[in-house]
Design a protein around this ligand. Structure first.
Ligand code: GDP
Length: 536
């Protein structure tokens, strides 16, 4: 942990700065099936959170009780909710923010990526870069999030190693530096060579649980596997040290270069190296942009933003948990915080801390950590909490929906209740709601169709509101704005039947199709049409 050791020795550092410096807040990005869940379990094992490993999974029978509340999840075997796992390893605190595996919930994933400082990209060694990895990588790149690569499933038939690195470089425009290098492949995969320090770490080293693997010299490989050509391996390793770029911390931190590790999550191999790499290379909590100034993580006063809302596991209570990422300072149980959007103070009387080993021990959190704040609808996605300062963190996005539907209530008497329920669902980020200015029934927008199923199930279970979704005359939604207020008002007046308000009351132009949108846009001089909105 060279950089940590160096900074820890500096006499001028405050205890708060020390706490911040030992945090690593990250997410795992991957295509479904690449091994994210398996890797997550193994990372937790390393962090000593053994009681959690094995519970993470939301597939098949091994269900996580935390997400069991939602039947739809259970039925489909997918993980809908984003959760936080905190564990310690080598005196560092790792916050792993889990993201939904199913792409229909990608909006959740994008928002979660606004709350991390780095990401681990898991790639299936037989498949290389897949569609969703690429998409998520692009989201990381937009935010300059540094990426560490883990090439998984090395215990199975895999593609040529140079070819895999080449694919990362070409398709993602990202330089690669292998930190380890596979020795043998598929059935003959023996382990990895430590490119930096030399020596081979063997897969069959015994300590699969502890991660303690045997390390030997290349020359001693010959007797291990008759299929291995040691001379060829030596040639390959010579080529690696000649042809591969040396690791440069700055290029990594700026998102231009990725250190690459090889392993097998299933066999618990290479996971310790990856974790060490995260500790050594991944940045401590970064400064966050607000509408007024950049907020440094080690500033003494607490600030945080909400990136995720989760309804309570108990459907009979309408409590919500707001997941907030601390941007600066320290949050302790019972402190008061200002909710900047409303200007009101709220008491953080029972924040949840997510130490995987023992949830009850922690009663404070530091910049980089995520806390769960129970509330009854006070907090929304994008909200900023401070110790009084009037700032709002920027960059938590809303994305224009891919699918727009009209909500039809089977019981017309419940219109008011539906309005409230939809408002709450949109504040939680379950769906987006658009209220047509002409008084027509509300429209909902989603990125993927499963979100509609979730909305329907929750309206029924939590609000006793049976609803149906109808195809609407509108397919597209774009947020409209203008530097010239008069121009915006005139546009809205002229297009009234296609204007709706979003959850914040901001105007949205609803279009029948791309052609109509293009046509309108061309004629609407001075009006911006956006498919992304920064939640303010
Ligand atoms: P996710 O969809 O990315 O969360 O992937 P999972 O962790 O659920 O893994 C998908 C499948 O790949 C499961 O059957 C795992 O057991 C398997 N798997 C994961 N990692 C490895 C690995 O390193 N080697 C092998 N052979 N299989 C793996």
């Amino acid at each position: 942990m060279s950089d940590i050791a160096a900074t820890a020795e500096s006499p001028s550092r405050s205890p708060l700065a020390d706490e911040v410096a030992r945090r690593r807040t990250f997410a795992i990005i991957s295509h479904p099936d690449a091994g994210k869940t398996t890797l997550t379990e193994k990372l937790l094992l390393f962090g000593g959170a053994i009681n959690l490993a094995g519970q993470v999974k939301a597939k098949g029978e091994r269900r996580n009780t935390r997400s069991d509340w939602m039947k739809i999840e259970r039925e489909r075997g997918i993980s809908v909710v984003t959760s936080v796992m905190t564990f310690e390893f080598q005196d560092l605190v790792f916050n792993l923010l889990d993201t939904p595996g199913h792409e229909d919930f990608s909006e959740d994933t994008y928002r979660t990526l606004t709350a991390v400082d780095s990401a681990v990209m898991v790639i299936d060694a037989a498949k290389g870069i897949e569609a969703r990895t690429r998409k998520l990588f692009e989201v990381c790149r937009l935010r300059d999030i540094p990426i560490i690569t883990f090439i998984n499933k090395m215990d199975r038939e895999s593609r040529d190693t140079f070819e895999l690195l080449d694919e990362i470089e070409k398709t993602l425009a990202l330089d690669t530096t292998p930190i380890t290098w596979p020795v043998g492949r598929g059935r003959d995969f023996l382990g990895t060579y430590d490119v930096v320090n030399g020596g081979v770490r063997l897969l069959e080293g015994g300590g699969a649980k502890t991660g303690a693997t045997e390390q030997i010299d290349i020359a001693d490989l010959a007797g291990r596997n008759a299929n291995l050509d040691v001379a060829e391996i030596k040639d390959e390793l010579a080529l690696v040290s000649e042809a591969c770029k040396p690791f440069e911390l700055e290029a990594f931190r700026e998102g231009h270069l990725t250190p690459v590790y090889f392993g097998s999550a299933l066999r618990n191999f290479g996971v310790g190296d990856l974790l060490e790499g995260l500790g050594k290379f991944a940045p401590a909590p970064r400064a966050q942009d607000s509408n007024v100034r950049k907020v440094e993580a080690a500033e003494p006063r607490m600030s945080a933003f909400v990136f995720k809302i989760q309804a309570n596991m108990d459907p009979n209570h309408r409590d919500r948990i707001a997941f907030a990422r601390l941007c600066s300072g320290k949050l302790s149980r019972g402190m008061k915080a200002k909710l900047v959007r409303t200007g009101k103070n709220m008491s953080l009387s029972s924040p949840q801390f997510f130490f995987a080993q023992d949830r009850s021990v922690a009663d404070e959190a530091f910049a980089g950590d995520v806390v769960g704040i129970p509330n009854h609808g006070t907090l929304r996605i994008g909200d900023t909490l401070t110790e009084g300062e009037e700032i709002t963190f920027v960059g938590v996005p809303s994305f224009a929906p891919e699918i727009v539907r009209r909500v039809r209530l089977t019981d017309a008497m419940k219109a008011k209740k539906l309005k409230e329920a939809l408002q709450q669902m949109s504040e939680e980020g379950v769906v987006q709601v658009f209220r047509p200015r002409d008084g027509a029934p509300a429209l909902v927008g989603v990125v993927g169709p499963l979100q509609l199923d979730v909305l329907k199930a929750r309206l029924d279970a939590e609000y006793s509101l049976p609803v149906e979704f109808e195809v609407s005359e509108f397919q597209l939604a774009r947020w409209i704005s203008s530097d010239d207020r008069k121009k915006l008002d005139a546009f809205i007046a002229a297009n009234n039947s296609g204007i709706a308000d979003d959850v914040d009351g901001d105007p949205v132009f609803m279009a029948k199709n791309e052609f109509y949108l293009g046509y309108t846009r061309e004629r609407a001089e001075g009006i911006n049409f956006s498919n992304v909105k920064d939640v303010k």
